[in-house]
Ligand binder design. Sequence first.
Ligand code: HEM
Length: 510
Amino acid sequence: MITYILHNIFDILNTPTNVILLLLVFIITYGLFSLRKPSGFPPGPMGYPFIGNMIEVDNEPLVTLAKYGKKYGDVFTIKIGSQPVIVLNTVDVIKEALVKKQNDFAGRPYYYSLSGLMAEECEDITFGNYSAKWKLQRKIGHQAIRNYASGDKLESLIRYDAFPSFQRAVARENGKPFRPHSLIYLLVGNIILSMCLGKKFENDDPEFLKILEVLNNLDQAIGNGLVADFVPIFRYIPTPGVNRLKKVLKEWFNLIQNQVNESKGKFDSGNNDVKSLIDDLLSIQRKAELAGEDLAKQLTDVNLRQTLADLVGGGLDITISLLDWAVAFLTYYPDVQFKVQSEIDDVIGDGRLPLLSDKGKLPYCEAVIRELLRIRPVVPLSVPHATTVDTSVGGYVVPKDTWIWCNLWNVHMNEKHWDKPEEFRPERFLDADGALLPHPDSFMPFSAGRRVCMGEALAKNELFLIFTSLFQNYTFKVPPGSKKPCLKGHCAGLVMRCVSYEVIAIERRK
Ligand code: HEM
């Protein structure tokens, strides 16, 4: 048949009907071919030609993956467009991959929007390929964060600048209902930007608002990803989605690069005063160069601005989402809010804002933060991984370059590990005397292994300080006549967000 077609191709193509017929045959064959799973891959749902399981997974990713898990087991394959993805659905297989075989699963898949455009061809930490240069880039980023995560820098930033500025913004609401997300955005934005750039901002500072606006536009332009992520031909077609993303990214890179240049100019003129995380990154990199670490010389300006972009972009969005969930849940459950406030009142009182040294003394508050991270793990499917070599997981052989999703959400919702997992119950993290229990293996909001969240230590300290400061100073209530916040999440890109809601904030310390 094929030989016949090849020999008579020009005769066949001589009428429009035949051309259309041939095209149809090609499309149908390609469509059927796109349904095929690579041999040896774990089982999974069939899906549709061209799009695979994309519609179901895009609509309700967490519900859909839980349903597939029940049918196909701990490890299964889905298809996003023509791209096969292996989903790891339980703690055992996730730990086998990310901890036991951590090097094998430390890669990242290539997404055109995130790895290509946003990370300037994988030059950042989050989407960078697992390599010696990437390890050094992560080490430098990690070291710079560590200098801020503990100690006075973070504490004083919150106590003296960001939180008082947040209080002034709440006071301007004058007891009227407002959306906490927008004020939390300004609060966390102020902390992260002051930390990264060494600048202090009032909430209405035009430079500050411009950076937040660009970040917000970036978020919207990325949305749930681009078609070009899964259908490669769209990378070469200037679709409105790609054009919009490129435009916002140009603005974002300009903003970030200007900050890097300011810092570099300072260092080049002999001023080695470290005032911000970007100064830290530069000084650690220069020390590595002087110590003869040749790889440090390979870290370019693009790597530097991408590391900064990872810290600003990643840190901001995820932390804001968790705090937005915190206000939503504690407004919904006033009894939990009351217990949080009573513990803070007993231990700290109202004479000063909370400090990191209070951490061990507020077990109930810590249990609430943990329960929030369990019930709403803000990066529920982690950041996608890829295999770096031929390997195996859950008894299946997995070839190099396979895309892997780790379903952290399902781990936190597994009845084998959590009693009534859908209930918000902070006490599950406490013993009978109210002391904090060590958290179990099945609690993994920051993921695990080589790619474990780089900001984990900073995030935990930041969440503790902001959370306790918020509830020490305010009681959040549902506005009269309004409904309680909706606690059902929705996934936008990699992040699980709260549906927008309103509260009133009643000041507790007059
Ligand atoms: C509530 C707070 C946060 C949560 C729940 C969280 C969670 C996560 C998760 C699940 C991952 C993916 C890990 C993997 O690929 O297996 C991740 C990666 C990452 N996070 Fe976080 N994160 C938080 C805050 C932060 C903050 C504050 C920063 C930085 C300032 C940060 C920086 C990063 C970076 C750079 C990566 C990529 C690491 C890599 O690819 O090696 N995160 N985070």
